[in-house]
Design a protein around this ligand. Structure first.
Ligand code: THU
Length: 152
């Protein structure tokens, strides 16, 4: 992993917060933005997309990971930032004291993308004041992997 391509923490959090403006969250009014940073310096973002059938809603992290994979990315994931909260007057998330950590499903989806490039991205979970910094492997220990299917 190239340390030169590591984004500044506050820049990636700002990208996640800006992305939260694209959320479609009329039911929870809880907007989440996720920003994925890659080893070539690029950033792919996503925001949550809810559905009137609540269980069909998509989390910001899943939207971002799917966008990155649809754009052809297979690995190279070095950092992830996540911001969530109700929208402010300009329509972006205003984080509260509680930091947003990815849900279980999103951890597995992010882990698939990370696995393809053999990285263990740092995850920045931003609250109003504090930022939790944690490795994806610490958020998802003992992840389900291709070995279980008899692959490599
Ligand atoms: N949500 C995310 O987008 N990411 C998370 O990590 C947790 C929850 C979304 C799902 C739903 O649209 C809203 O936040 C409230 O649960």
């Amino acid at each position: 992993m190239s340390t030169a391509a590591m984004p500044r923490r506050d820049d990636l959090i700002a990208a996640a917060r800006a992305a939260s403006g694209g959320a479609y969250a009329p039911y929870s009014r809880f907007q989440v933005g996720a920003a994925l940073a890659f080893d070539d310096g690029s950033v792919v973002t996503g925001a949550n997309v809810e559905n009137v059938s609540f269980g069909l809603s998509l989390c910001a992290e899943t939207v971002a990971a799917a966008a990155a994979m649809n754009a052809g990315r297979r690995g190279g994931l070095v950092a992830i930032a996540i911001v969530g909260g109700p929208p402010d007057a300009s329509g972006v998330a205003t984080p509260g004291p509680e930091r947003i950590t990815p849900c279980g499903r999103c951890r597995q989806i992010l882990a698939e993308l990370a696995m393809l490039g053999g990285t263990d991205p740092v995850v920045w979970c931003a609250g109003e004041v504090d930022v939790l910094e944690i490795r994806l492997s610490d958020l998802l220990p003992h992840q389900f992997g291709p070995g279980a299917l008899g692959g490599d």
